[in-house]
Ligand binder design. Sequence first.
Ligand code: NAG
Ligand code: NAG
Ligand code: NAG
Length: 736
Amino acid sequence: MFLVVVVLLLGGGEAREAFACDPKKSGTKGLAFCRTWLSIEERVKDLIGRLTLEEKVNLLVNNAAAVPRLGIKGYEWWSEALHGVSDVGPGTKFGGEFPATTSFPQVITTAASFNASLWEAIGGVASDEARAMYNGGRGGLTYWSPNVNIFRDPRWGRGQETPGEDPILAGKYAASYVRGLQGRDGNRLKVAASCKHLTAYDLDNWNGVDRFHFNAHVSKQDMEDTFNVPFRMCVKEGKVASVMCSYNQVNGVPTCADPHLLKTTLRAQWGLNGYIVSDCLDLDCGPFLGAHTQNAVNIGLLTQAHVDGALANTLTVQMRLGMYDGEPSLHPYGNLGPTDVCTPSHQELAHEAARQGIVLLKNKGPSFPLSTRRHRTLAVIGPNSNATVTMIGNYAGIACRYTSPLQGIAAHAMTIHELGCANVACADDKQFGRAINSAQQADATVLVMGLDQSIEAETLDRAGLLLPGRQQDLVSKVAAASKGPTILVIMSGGPVDITFAKNDPRIQGILWAGYPGQAGGAAIADILFGTANPGGKLPMTWYPQSYVENLAMTNMAMRAQPSTGYPGRTYRFYHGPVVYPFGYGLSYTRFVHTLASAPKVVSVPVDGHRHGNGSDIGNKAVRVTHARCGKLSISLHVDVNNVGTKDGTHTLLVFSAPPAGRGHWAPRKQLVAFEKVHVPARGQRRVRINVHVCKLLSVVDRSGTRRIPMGLHSIHIGDVKHTVSLQAETLGIIKS
Ligand SMILES: *[C@@H]1O[C@H](CO)[C@@H](O)[C@H](O)[C@H]1NC(C)=O
Ligand SMILES: *[C@@H]1O[C@H](CO)[C@@H](O)[C@H](O)[C@H]1NC(C)=O
Ligand SMILES: *[C@@H]1O[C@H](CO)[C@@H](O)[C@H](O)[C@H]1NC(C)=O
């Protein structure tokens, strides 16, 4: 062991002292909670048994106090790693040997890749870098990421942090990213993730209503089939080590003080193995529990058993992280250090993630991609044309380096650069003349427009969906004047109503880059010049401005209400006009799919005890809890042909719609699976997709009960349609 320590000191600079159970301290290393061969449960019990009430209380807050008597150091629970290790949260301190970390695209951009292995890979890099910082004494091991709230209203300032508007997409993202952060080593955690914010939180500050005071009125139906879905998948499939409850109330009860939500749903039904963070719970993000718990126990509002229960949850996570295992360099990740941060392969993954997330929205002609032979000089215009920190969005850290759009394009062509507007607010047209002039001289024009954190952010919801200030005017004037093709690149988290550009024949191409991360400019240039073929798809609906004009952000209902004119929300419930639909995104090649095989009839085994015989349930919807679900699934084989001339990656989005006549229960369609496949030009690939019947073909009735409608379900994959008939097969009366 001595040798290992010496090597580390030489190789990695500052080596971390043990958090607890230091083998060099004879007085404490022999305590039972330090014995790694005992079960974590036994060790936690032993530790709690040794703590005084005062010591316990001081462990209930994010900056947990040291217990020097037992050789335990203080611990800061609050770190963030939304898309790379972030400097938000006091647990992470950039500087010294750790000046920067790899800054991946903002989550809404990465979601557009629809690539679950990419999400896990990003989580894996973030947790490598987090472990390296922890080993160097500059980071924590508990990360309050990801944010998987549904992007319900397009104005939400934090929509950028989320994987979009669809519950299944958000749930898959949650499970994959959490696996990346936590590792796949069973009970052992690489770092502990936290899915936030449970639940129905997606309003920051709108029209005088803020998140701290907002009481979200949510129906049981919307709760079950929309707001809670990503959290359930995060806990059940991702096995997350923590959940954070939200600021708001739901139906009059603060989520952080709702025993039904936290005890019944989250712990008992979903089986959370971990801690719940925020007010009044296992761990308080703030000083409140530290200041008031002792008194609450004294006057009988709380018992020591409550305090012990909370500590068992937090200490178990610390033990799973290996914090009580003694010598830190012997931990499986104990050898990660400064040279494991911002490595070339990590930075390449940030670049690759941006390439996979960028969405091609328009390609008239087609006039894309540009050619370095014909387009030698490009006018690069717009307030985001030389963006750096704007590209990493919020909950970011300090990036290893940046490639701005201007720098990315300059690697392929000569550039003439003009901002056009001083900033994204674009209050005046003073610089328009110069921008127009540059477009008249160049072989092609790229306008990089959009938003930044001054327009959409935490505590700042957007007022509307149009481009800010005079941006639209700049784009139209430049497009009218430019000598060559004009391409519009939108940088934004939320959707933007760019109907004007969609309809303008002078604008040949449109790209949505989201907030594409530290290498965003290089990825934009890869797509512009065709060194990468775009495959991203929108993870949220792009609505016209008229959609929000009379729509209260505070109305949480997902379903449309024709009687009041309420339009409903997201592609699942809103039928009206859109600028671009959920799932939209073009490629430089063309894909055709055909269904190779799919079942026409699937029988669903149902317990008979509450149904009498089979025939009376033949046309109804069976409760999921009465079906023998197991692995019952529909297996589809789809052939994807690339009929174009360029290699490309295709995303199959599989939607289902339940039998007609279930209108008030069901979304008009629901994403049930997605699969990404690379197909060379003129090539074909067969893709197998499994759709779990109970989880994915069920719908939620008005009382919040999940049921499987029997009858004809239609499955859509692009323009391929298939119907499958579900038939209940009663297993006979079971006497209880
Ligand atoms: C998904 O992302 C991973 C990681 O970047 C990549 O290796 C893989 O090729 C991607 N899948 C497809 C089909 O493009
Ligand atoms: C672009 O941004 C980089 C980094 O902030 C800066 O060094 C450079 O001068 C900018 N280029 C122009 C032409 O403004
Ligand atoms: C099943 O139940 C229906 C309605 O309750 C009844 O008409 C029918 O005869 C029953 N069939 C059998 C096989 O018991």
